[in-house]
Design a protein around this ligand. Structure first.
Ligand SMILES: Cc1cc2nc3c(=O)[nH]c(=O)nc-3n(C[C@H](O)[C@H](O)[C@H](O)COP(=O)(O)OP(=O)(O)OC[C@H]3O[C@@H](n4cnc5c(N)ncnc54)[C@H](O)[C@@H]3O)c2cc1C
Length: 448
């Protein structure tokens, strides 16, 4: 563990910047809502520091503080009862180390910017989420993932991180030196400290081609779930849970992969499409990444949505549940049985796979998983009634919800499903003894 010199507030006073900080909250400014507009932050002040020493001073001064990422979570996980810090004004820095095949990136940077930079210099990440507009730190904090039976979630790429701890000190940890601490801190749910930079493993750039098949009878999943999901580097199934059908199968084939992929005209009873598709077939595909086998760089194929299309907000709600991959079909079959209850409130559902990892608070901790995602119509009263039904049906498979999405699982049940929870709490007690980074979400789900 390496500690950097802590810049005292006194030195800020000497330079005068403490009295004229450009980042202090102005009472007339509203903090506003998350991306989906379903949650309004209740914090009293939003700070937008421009330098790390300002972040340190803020953290040291504050009694309760959290970091706000790019606001893509659907629940209150990012909120704070007192202070919120946004790192969006920190100077973005991306440093590629060719020798160690890593990139170090300031925490406010979004995957889209990082991916473009890496591609320009001949490098790539192992995977991306459906949307490239999410901040790297915010995504890792909640175990954000893409798909692929051999692909861990995005946080599994983290080999080092720098963070401001509760006393305002800058702490640097790496997998090499601090294996345990890093495994506990990466999916930190915002509770470990203010992550100021992350070091991620990278690899030489690669190309991906994408094919979409339509109308796969769900019954084929029963006997062939693993074959289908491991048929390409990253595979996503989209369904509205009507008619026992998977509406679309998106297969992303990595060209330098050792999986031998051939784009046949059919996949069981599903047909290869000859036009670009949106996951909801009725919507124009102009914002979606290119399909029909047109090869392109990894960052323009792994996300479903294009980098140059920036949805500033979305009329939708999202939930996602993880179950062990060995129970994938049973879990999906349970959801089809709930079709009448789910379908009326659904925009679309997506089924993905994620490899096991070693990150304490990851829903895929030591467990290859399948993720059952729901994009709901923005009608919380109705969604709130459906979620307990889904959670109940998936209970036999020890279902775990996505930390950044909507769920109704009780804290007691949630806690029972994280075997490293006690270790995580010990870690938090060590780096944040007074609970400065604890908000209502953490109090409720980790400590109640
Ligand atoms: C349209 C859309 C598509 C999505 N697609 C996917 C997907 O494909 N796969 C998936 O798994 N999820 C997906 N998500 C969920 C999303 O990835 C997560 O909610 C993610 O955490 C959002 O990151 P953010 O930067 O917006 O962070 P926020 O939502 O702002 O915050 C999330 C958490 O990160 C913490 N945090 C943020 N920055 C820091 C920091 N610097 N230091 C310490 N803590 C920090 C916050 O305190 C909070 O606890 C999607 C969400 C949306 C809206």
């Amino acid at each position: 563990m390496k500690k950097r010199t802590f810049l005292k507030i006194s030195s800020l006073i000497v330079t005068g910047s403490f009295f004229t900080p450009p980042f202090l909250y102005r009472p007339d400014r509203e903090i506003g809502s998350n991306w989906a507009g379903n949650y309004y932050y209740k914090a009293k002040e939003l700070h937008e520091p421009e330098r790390i020493d300002q972040v340190q001073a803020l953290v040291e001064e504050s009694e309760k503080v959290r970091v706000l990422g790019s606001r893509h979570s659907f629940n209150s996980i990012a909120d704070s009862p007192e202070d919120l810090i946004s790192l969006k004004n920190l100077r973005p820095e991306i440093f590629i180390d060719r020798e160690t095949q890593t990139v170090t990136v300031t925490a406010g940077v979004r995957y889209g910017e990082l991916a473009r930079h890496l591609q320009k210099h001949g490098f790539a990440l192992h995977n991306l989420a459906s949307l490239p507009h999410i901040s790297v730190a915010g995504a890792c904090a909640t175990a954000t993932h893409g798909s692929g039976v051999r692909n861990g979630n995005l946080a599994t790429a983290v080999s080092g991180m720098e963070l401001v701890t509760a006393d305002g000190e800058l702490l640097s940890i790496s997998r090499e030196r601090d294996e345990e601490q890093l495994s506990g801190s990466v999916v930190g749910l915002g509770g470990v400290g203010v992550v100021t930079s992350l070091t991620l493993n990278i690899e030489p750039t690669y190309e991906v081609e994408q094919y979409v098949y339509r109308d796969l009878s769900a019954k084929h999943l029963e006997t062939h779930f693993d074959d289908i999901m491991s048929g390409a580097y990253s595979v996503s199934l989209f369904t509205d849970f009507r008619n026992n059908t998977i509406n679309q199968v998106w297969m992303k084939n990595r060209l330098d992969d050792d999986i031998e992929f051939r784009a046949e005209d059919t996949l069981f009873d599903a047909r290869l499409t000859d036009r670009h598709m949106h996951p909801i077939a009725e919507i124009s595909a102009e914002n979606c990444t290119r399909q029909m086998g047109i090869p392109g760089p990894w960052h323009q194929r792994l996300p479903h949505f294009r980098m140059d299309f920036t949805p500033s907000s979305g009329d939708e709600l999202q939930s996602e549940f993880f179950v062990p991959r060995e129970h994938a079909w049973d879990a999906v079959a349970e959801l089809f049985k709930l079709s009448d209850r789910i379908a009326p409130h659904l925009l679309i559902s997506e089924i993905r796979t994620i490899d096991a990892d070693n990150l304490w608070m990851s829903p895929c901790y030591r467990q290859p998983s399948v993720a059952l995602h729901f994009t709901w119509k923005p009608d919380w009263p109705s969604v709130k009634k459906v979620l307990p039904l889904i959670e109940e049906r998936l209970a036999p498979y020890d279902v775990r919800p996505h930390w950044g999405k909507l769920f109704t699982l009780s804290p007691r049940v949630l806690q029972s499903r994280y075997e490293k929870l006690d270790d995580f709490k010990k870690l938090l007690a060590g780096c944040d003894p007074k609970g400065k980074f604890r908000n209502r979400f953490l109090e409720e789900y980790l400590y109640t």
